[in-house]
Design a binder for this molecule. Sequence first.
Ligand SMILES: [Zn+2]
Length: 358
Amino acid sequence: MHGCNSPKSAFPAQKRPPSVHTSETTVEMAVTDPLRAKFARSQLARQTAAIDYYEHCENDPESEYFHGDHSLGVRRSEKLRKCRKNGYYGRHKETGLVRQCRDSCKLRWCSRCGAALVSWRSYICSECMARWNRPRVATFTLEHSDTELGFQISCLNRHFRNLRLRKNFRKYVKGGMWFPHIKRSSKDGLWHPHLHVPFDGIRYPHAELSADWCQVTHGSTIVYLQEVRDLGNVANDVVRYSANPCDWSKLSLKDRDTVLHACHGRQMCGAWGTAKGVPLKPPKHNDRDVIENVGAIGAVLELRNKDLNARAIFEAEVNQTYLPPGVHLRFTDDVIERDGYYQRAVEGVDYGQLQSKT
Ligand SMILES: [Zn+2]
């Protein structure tokens, strides 16, 4: 499959549904897996590229994106910087399960929010493909062109919509999902948007699919078709760019500006037919009333080798096991805020003694 034929996937396959902010949960820990370390480095580079871009806009009086409201730029670069740094461990009062609740910026070009979204979509996509009779992935490309990127994306989406309406296509394909990816060719510098499409149906001869695509695009014949054998890795590959459709760390500031404008306000993924209704966005947690804060993330991670409660909270989240009620570090949080005892607690002051002072 074009752009995705690397034997290594973007990040390790999901085995269980991610709990909202999972992809960031180990950021403070040492990353020993080389694949994860590579992913963490790439994520940092993309986040830095996004912060640089917004800061540049903030300092540029000519910047169109902010329409003169440069405070917007300040807020966005700050939001990106702070994204998912702070938060707390939340315990579900009924199930006793613990998850990390981190503050997030939810900006499209935030690589941390993007990773959480991609993690969710990878899980959903592999679950969906597992139910299909014969899952396959197609990559639809357009002929290289020097036209504007936004125009090319519009054409690509329109052609794909027309393809789905064709009788012949519907004969073979029952449904699927689509995820765009934007690349800039290193050879000729031209933009190259394309679509990764996992789909469900009966055997679609490659020549026929290519001919159908050629007809709707009036000349683009290149379609890559791949049988799905390893669901997890293929799902990772196809959804990899669904949150941030382009890797900003490889682009100049001017190119980032071009991509941002070309993608602004666009739907960047979708599902149809038998995949219609698949939740491509993670469910919103409307369970604030049943989630109790059992300790700040920083405090739990810092104290997990010194304090039994911190250890219990940490392990309950990592292993997704039951945490009994009454186990919390809230007291420690209060002490940190009130008396600045945090350093003493970290240095090994007996937690029981601290507790008995109230
Ligand atoms: Zn974010």
